[in-house]
Write a protein that binds this ligand. Structure first.
Ligand SMILES: [Zn+2]
Length: 337
């Protein structure tokens, strides 16, 4: 089949009358003035007709052919089912760009998730007005009281003894964003302590029972103070909020965004922080134990005691996010030398 049209020599605006011979074996001959070129169909670059502009074929040697009759050329390409039908061609031309864009988006997403959001959370957590962590802390405690906790069975006197001893420790530590206050609750899941974003530290009755000396109990309380000092609670809440917002932006699903904040607070309080956060809280506690007692031994003893007592499935907050408890005990003990 022969298609009439015009051609341009390589990099030239000169226009010549041309004909294109399409041969059923898949080869193509271009005759254009003096020039004749024969090519396999696969070697050609087709562009689709754009509006009223003619379909265009670019040859590997730079010659350009424009069909006078678009439909004929398009029909021929379709009928002969060349390996490079147009959509495959387009995909081939762009696949690298598509893959590169996807990889870029994945790397960007992972980078934002791993570094951007934690960094933003670190800053935002410190910029929020005091009322925000206060509100979240109160709401989280109300929620925990409603679903998880029961009133403490400890007698008032014992509660005050623990608070009084805890107050004596405060002289040693740097200024905190919130004044810590200890509340006691009964919790069927056993020994545990949680710091909330407003400075509240919830201590379970069974944690008090597990400690054999005041110093052992205080080592756990100091770990929670470490979380407060480093603002881990609000950082984690803000981080969770940023993730929720990101997901909402990406998916358009934004119902329950506000609920997520309180939910995040509850989740964080009960499930612990990152390993880095645990290490920071540990070293804060270890440092304070050294100042107060000259030893981190009660802290290590408390770790051991829990290992003997607890089941793996219900690790309390201050033991969580740390697969190797022995390593943690070593790190704390190493501070003594
Ligand atoms: Zn912790």
């Amino acid at each position: 089949m022969i298609i009439q049209g015009t051609c341009h020599p390589p990099l030239s605006a000169e226009r010549l009358v041309a004909e294109l011979e399409l041969i059923p074996d898949g080869s193509v001959t271009l005759r254009c003035g003096e020039h004749t070129g024969e090519w396999a169909m696969d070697a050609l670059t087709f562009s689709e007709p754009l509006g009223s502009l003619p379909a265009q074929i670019t040859f590997p040697d730079g010659w350009l052919f424009k069909a006078a009759e678009n439909q004929m050329l398009a029909d021929w390409i379709q009928a002969h089912g060349t390996k490079r039908s147009l959509w495959i061609y387009r995909l081939e031309r762009h696949w690298l760009a598509i893959v590169a864009s996807l990889v870029f988006l994945i790397v960007l997403g992972a980078g934002t998730y791993r570094y951007g959001i934690p960094a933003a959370s670190h800053i935002l957590a410190r910029m929020l007005p005091q009322a925000v962590p206060e509100y979240i802390g109160e709401t989280v405690l109300e929620t925990l009281d409603e679903y998880l906790f029961a009133p403490s069975q400890l007698d008032e006197q014992e509660q005050w003894q623990i608070r009084d001893r805890f107050a004596l420790l405060q002289d040693n530590w740097p200024p905190l964003p919130f004044e810590p206050k200890i509340v006691f609750r009964s919790w069927q899941k056993g020994p545990n302590a949680f710091a909330l974003s407003d400075g509240t530290i919830v201590v379970t009755d069974s944690l008090v029972a597990l400690a054999t000396t005041p110093a052992e109990l205080e080592s756990v309380l100091l770990h929670e103070v470490g979380h407060l000092y480093h603002q881990h609670v609000m950082e984690a809440v803000v981080q969770s909020a940023l993730l929720s917002v990101s997901v909402a932006l990406l998916t358009g699903e934004n119902s329950g965004l506000a609920d997520n904040l309180t939910g995040a607070g509850v989740f964080i309080a009960s499930s612990g922080y990152s390993r880095d956060a645990e290490r920071e809280a540990d070293s804060f506690a270890a440092e304070q134990m050294l100042k107060q007692y000259g030893t981190t031994e009660p802290m290590a003893a408390m770790f051991h005691r829990f290992m003997e007592h607890g089941s793996d499935s219900e690790l309390p907050e201050w033991l969580q996010s740390h697969p190797d408890l022995n390593q943690r005990i070593e790190a704390v003990s190493a501070l003594e030398q």
